[in-house]
Design a protein around this ligand. Sequence first.
Ligand code: NAD
Length: 443
Amino acid sequence: MSVICVIGTGYVGLVTGTCLADMGNQVTCVDIVPEKIERLKQGVLPIYEPGLKELVERNVRADRLRFTTSYAEGLKDSEFIFIAVNTPPDNTAGGADMRYVESAARNIAEELDHYAIIINKSTVPVGSGDFVSRVVRNNLQRPDVRFSVVSNPEFLAEGSAVRDCQNPDRIVLGSSEPEAAQKVAHLYLPLRAPIVVTDLYTAEMVKYASNAFLATKISFINEIAQICERLGADVKEVAVGMGYDRRIGSGMLGAGLGYGGSCFPKDVRALAHMADEAGLHPQMLHAVMEINHDQRRLVVAKLTNILGSLRGCTIGLLGLAFKANTDDMREAPSVDIIRWVTAQGAVVRAYDPVAMETGRFSLEQEGVRLDAVTFCETAYEVAENADAVVVVTDWNEFKSLNMQQIRDSMRRPVLVDGRNIYEPAEMNHLGFIYRGIGRGTNP
Ligand code: NAD
């Protein structure tokens, strides 16, 4: 049993802290937002993640998991201190905003009174481990206190965060002090995952390279989708045919609206920015971002191709969050789509199984006209008198809808399937004017 402090109770911090507690450790999670901590203490989670609520409850009940706003309380006796705060894009050329990491490091330094290993889980530019060391060293209240810094990038995906955290494909640890990295490795042994121990810079780079590669796969298949559509092939089947090749693998080959969320967009941008700063010309990363941006516009182009002017049209949206099984609205395609169609005079009816609250909040923050958006309680309500329905996320719930009922309640039977969850022939048979992404039978 180890005593652990986790700084930040977002998707990564809360899931990591809870899973570490579930492994038998004593974990205290610290956040600077008092309402978040207050609600967590009452059992109300700040995010939606399958299986997380039950796991939090179980570990709180066993008194292995606590929440506080106090660094002093969180750090007390902690042998391991995980930093899992947000690193959003900064407002310049696309680098990472290190403000929150810096403030976490400073707060740790002010309270640390014993040796501890500070483990950085946030996605941070290469070289940030040194930055964290510097900030802690320069702000230590007790300059005699020793500490080590280890980079431990996180690879979990929202929507399956608990499962990913409990069954990671690998654990990556980087440090200039191999003994510190080994102690962290020991913490992870019960997970029986391969552990890669390397230096700080390399560990930080593994994270960016991995995310950039996954984003590249998505943009690649989206480019293939456009070619399929023009030439009469079906990208969904092309992806299946490709995926059996072990050198390729079947993951991340779903053509659609492109990637979104809090990681891929900012991480690809940040890596390109690091490369630019280093005097390089990361051509592929720029192409990946460009293709991704175009995918969202494609939906609006498909709508106008069928409906003509969107003025006065009602567009139904199935899904608001950036993907299924999450309520995260960061860089969600729905925001751009709603912005663009309402700018052309359409009104929107939208539904998401878990992102209604975060969706409304995000659209408001992004300056989208809320008077043009009706938030519906079911997918069927979205379709009522709609001129078109757009599938934005691939929730299982949407895959098993009664599509006859959907079609019957629409004003015009236009279905733009941004995630290719339906079969074109079936939808055509039901009387829909169906448009998928990259499905050659539907140019
Ligand atoms: P998040 O925005 O969901 O959560 C961050 C939390 O940190 C918030 O609750 C915030 O209040 C808190 N915080 C900010 N500054 C703090 C401080 N000084 N002290 C204490 N708490 C503080 O972020 P996230 O999605 O969990 O991401 C965290 C990091 O992990 C980011 O660097 C991200 O790139 C990386 N990451 C995210 C994912 C993901 O799927 N979300 C996956 C892998 C890696």
